[in-house]
Write a protein that binds this ligand. Sequence first.
Ligand SMILES: *Cc1c(COP(=O)(O)O)cnc(C)c1O
Length: 345
Amino acid sequence: MPIIDLRSDTVTKPTVGMREAMFSADVGDDVYGEDPTVNTLEAMAANLLGKEAGLFVPTGVMGNQLSIRLHTRPGDEVIIEASAHILRYEGGSASSLSGVQLCPVSGLRGLLSPETVEAAIRRPDLHTPSTTLLCLEQTHNVGGGSVYPLKTIHQLTDLARKYGLALHLDGARLFNASAKTGVSVAEYAAAFDTVSFCLSKGLGAPVGSVVVSDTGRIEKLRRLRKVFGGGMRQVGILASAGIYALENHVLRLTDDHANALVLAQQLQAISGVVIDVDAVETNMVMFQVPQSTKSTEQLLEECRESDVLLNAVGDRSFRAVTHLDVNLEDMKAAGEIFANVFACA
Ligand SMILES: *Cc1c(COP(=O)(O)O)cnc(C)c1O
């Protein structure tokens, strides 16, 4: 049996069709703005998200960090949900690369409320840092793939505007949110100054993210990308995978969501597994096995021995992520293995 890898949606490998697109991509020197495939991807992404322009970047981290640099000055404060990717998983780069301090605000399953954000915005005072940016994450990774309702986004962005804050959306999985709710990615993106999204997650490209914004900001971000060491040359070979993903892998995200639900339902039927099936909104399944006599490492190892991989997110707490390279049959196989590994007497 092939390995069922549920650690993340970053593990997908390019399909044959995607590799063919990469093989035949027209390329040029993108630092000179001469790679036609990159230009096509950037225009396509901007168009989809309802913005003027786009910038292809190697990683989601770079997309977020360029945006933070653009919107802030050293010593500023950025309001961010306490378990956000930017705070937890970007190596402290907001402080080291932009000299800003992050102000963590706890949300419910990663989603912030206007009241807590308003309380965190600094009022002008000699002693305090200036709050200049609010970053949201859609879907929220640590929140379990949770989706910000459009209404909440608007409450938060209206509030941020009132206090003169810039707005960045870490939309690593923005297309999953849209696939779930039917709200277009452009509607989600509209209230933000900059939005980044990943091609290398559920969309199945091997590399890449795109930041979209207005033309003026994208020109500044393009310069910052060079400064951060992200200027790439004949990179149409990678951008072509992104175009292929946007053309072929957006609609199928609902399959990943359906598979995640199937997996969650199977987990719910296992004695000792704690899971909130209603919280499975997109392609992530979070569950705990608090009473297990086995350690977290032991549980992971037993899954691995049966060719199922997943990630621990805490003590006897796990995350399984569905994606392009796993199907319904894999869910059933994984469900059986989970029943053997996780069931408590
Ligand atoms: C994956 C991810 C990113 C970007 O990660 P890279 O590995 O740099 O592409 C950013 N934000 C969130 C929420 C993510 O899940």
